[in-house]
Design a protein. Structure first.
Length: 245
């Protein structure tokens, strides 16, 4: 699986940035623009998202395997930090096991939905089996992408960051991500934390309706509320940097 990715910085430390379900690597650009990371960083489009290929397997293990290969091709030391958002945070927790070619020094997960009811799980299954929706114009596809990803009002519709979320086909415009990516399901939090061999830190945007502080505190007694919403790394990148450092 050859993932599309951006990278930058210099030095031996490596920060791995993993976006959430339906999003792209571009969600990390507000944080990258602040230049607060002392080292190198890499931000991939996860399989089935953005410019990366679609696949038949969207399990956490499959995602983590992709990232393990990518990291091992770019790491210059064992000083590796992983920051994941939402579903990408669950992938980060999978990587905390150290079973994918490297053991992170620390793992940060922001906005991970850790509690699911039957209705929510059924909704994810329905999403995973939906046919691809086509739009006659790029603008209409972008409007849909920004709403699905929760980025409406946070990034400009005419920006490269918005364009990264859609793709053109012979039949019309579509969202770039594969609907089947929703088959990843709910993260098995107990199993992920039990297998973790790296320190794990959890946080959420204080106005994030997808996960509560009380739910996160079950898995991290020091879980943090950050000023912002579900996409806090876009809305308030400084808050995420302050939490991590």
């Amino acid at each position: 699986m050859k993932l599309a990715y951006d990278h930058g910085g210099d030095g031996e430390r490596l920060l791995v940035l993993l976006h959430g379900l339906g999003a792209t690597r571009h969600v990390w650009r507000p944080m990258q623009a602040q230049g607060r990371w002392n080292g190198r960083w890499i931000a991939p489009d996860l399989r089935g998202h953005g410019a990366s290929p679609h696949a038949s397997d969207y399990s956490l293990a499959a995602h983590a395997g992709d990232i393990g290969e990518l990291v091992n091709a770019h790491a210059q030391s064992n000083d590796i930090i992983v920051l994941g958002h939402s579903m990408g945070g669950a992938v980060a927790l999978e990587l905390a096991s150290g079973e994918y070619g490297f053991r992170p020094k620390q793992v940060f997960g922001v906005g991970i939905k850790v509690s699911w009811n039957d209705s929510e799980l059924a909704g994810m299954h329905k999403m995973a089996t939906m046919a691809v929706k086509l739009f006659p114009t790029k603008e209409e596809a972008i409007t849909r992408y920004l709403r699905v990803s929760g980025l409406h009002g946070l990034i400009a519709p005419d920006s490269d960051d918005a364009s990264a979320g859609v793709a053109q086909t012979v039949e019309g415009w579509r969202l770039a991500y594969d609907p089947a990516t929703a088959s990843v399901g709910a993260p098995p939090m107990e199993a992920l934390l039990s297998a973790a061999r790296a320190p794990i830190h959890l946080a959420r945007g204080a106005t994030d309706h997808m996960v509560s502080h009380e739910q996160l505190a079950i898995y991290d007694a020091n879980a943090r509320d950050l000023p912002g919403g579900h996409n806090v790394m876009v809305e308030n990148p400084s808050a995420v940097w302050d939490w991590m450092t």
